[in-house]
Design a protein around this ligand. Structure first.
Ligand code: UTP
Length: 285
């Protein structure tokens, strides 16, 4: 069984729900406390043993490339002033560890993933949607990779949501359950309230086999007139092992304004340097 060495980060979307903030700045660079969303995802990937990060970018996304590059001016100035470089730890990569591919036309997540097909090649790969912030110890992808090393095939993250919310998400039809691993029988997109086959939704973490690229090659547009990753994954069920890994940590949907603010408050309350001030303020309001 091949190891999961590569990860795709689709960052080519327009981030329309966050306008005007995202007019000239990538949504993936929005900070939660003091770190951009994309760096949380990259840190999670490194922890999981990913060796090569493939970013699917688009126009107006160059701030992401700069973030993971050397900033000579900044480093020289910090050093001259005797300040630590710790704050930019984790933003440097050896040449070739990060690769950028351009998605010229943002016509859906499935299409964004397909843009990375030649770099992914013939091996399993991880996908991170950076606007979904997954908080856990060990991290979400590390847990998924450990599960993958036992069962192989395809593994999507599964996250429990209240029954009243299942109609907003892609939901798993479960088969056999073995601890956190749940066999996936089908995927149902936004089921009508009261009809959901489970309360396990799929947040933005996946480990997929390269065959999905072949399916995406001819995938027609689906919901929202976009090429959907879910439609391609659904076709793999039954032909290859397909599991969900029930993640027990926290999930914040930072592509949504309320989720983004919640993430900032929650992570700020974990930081000893600022928690007392924030807690005091929250009590007041
Ligand atoms: P979203 O649907 O949350 O992102 O896609 P969006 O389209 O940028 O946001 P809204 O809905 O307009 O506010 C999840 C991830 O997939 C990427 C996005 O950049 C985001 O990281 N994506 C989406 C692409 O790379 N290409 C696409 O065509 C669509």
């Amino acid at each position: 069984m091949k190891k999961v060495r590569k990860a795709v980060f689709p960052v080519g979307g327009l981030g329309t729900r966050f306008l005007p903030a995202t007019k000239a700045m990538p949504k993936e660079m929005l900070p939660v406390v003091d770190k951009p969303l994309i760096q949380y995802a990259v840190d999670e990937a490194r922890e999981a043993g990913i060796e090569q990060m493939i970013f699917v970018t688009g126009r107006g996304k160059s701030a992401i490339e700069d973030h993971f590059d050397i900033s000579y001016e900044l480093e020289t100035t910090l050093s001259e002033r005797g300040k630590s470089l710790d704050a930019i730890e984790g933003t440097r990569f050896a040449p070739g560890e990060i690769i950028y591919v351009r998605q010229q036309d943002p016509i859906g997540l499935g299409h964004a993933i397909w843009c990375a097909r030649h770099i992914v090649g013939d091996e399993p790969f991880a996908i991170f949607l950076p606007d979904e912030l997954m908080v856990g110890s060990p991290g979400c992808m590390k847990q998924m990779v450990e599960a993958y090393d036992k069962v192989g095939g395809n593994i999507v993250c599964g996250y429990e949501v209240p029954e009243t919310e299942t109609h907003k998400y892609g939901i798993i039809t479960p088969g056999k359950v073995d601890g956190p691993l749940v066999e996936v029988k089908a995927l149902v997109e936004k089921p009508v309230q009261g009809t959901a086959p489970s309360n396990l939704m799929i947040p933005g973490r996946y480990i997929l086999q390269p065959e999905v690229m072949r399916i995406l090659e001819t995938q027609a547009r689906g919901a929202g007139n976009e090429i959907q990753l879910t439609d391609a994954m659904a076709q793999m069920i039954g032909t290859q092992p397909f599991h969900a890994y029930a993640f027990g940590g926290q999930r914040f949907d930072c592509g949504d304004k309320a989720g983004f603010i919640t993430a900032n408050i929650s992570l700020a309350l974990e930081r000893p340097d600022m928690a007392p001030t924030i807690r005091e303020y929250l009590k007041g309001v």
